[in-house]
Design a binder for this molecule. Sequence first.
Ligand SMILES: [Cu+2]
Length: 117
Amino acid sequence: MRIAWTLLSLASLFDTDPATAGARVVEITARRFAFEPARIEVPQGTRVQLRLRSADVDHGLSLKAYKVKLLAPSGGEWVTAEFTATQAGTFPIACSEYCGNGHRRIKAELVVTPPQP
Ligand SMILES: [Cu+2]
C-alpha cells in the first residue's frame, strides 16, 4: 500500500493535473472558416485530451468515429473532451455548429497511426 502511494506521488511530479495525467493534449482553434491545426496525428492507443476554442463566433467540433462533440462559444473559452485513439485510420472532423456561409468548409482530420513493425 505504501509503495502504491509512493508511486502515485511520483507520478504527480510529472503531471500535476490528475485530469490530464497521461493524456496527450491537442489544442485546436476554430475560426471562420478553418480549424488550426487541420491535421492531428497520434499513435494508436494514445489517450487524447482534445481542447477546442473559438477565435470568433460559436463553433462546434464533431469527430464522429470517436463520438466526440464539442461546442466552443465565442469569447475564446476552452472546452475539452477525452478519448482513446483505439482504431487506426484517418477520421474526418467537421464543424457542428452553423457559423456562416463557409461553415461546411471547416474541416480537419485525425490520423491514427498503427504501431510500426
Ligand atoms: Cu461551423
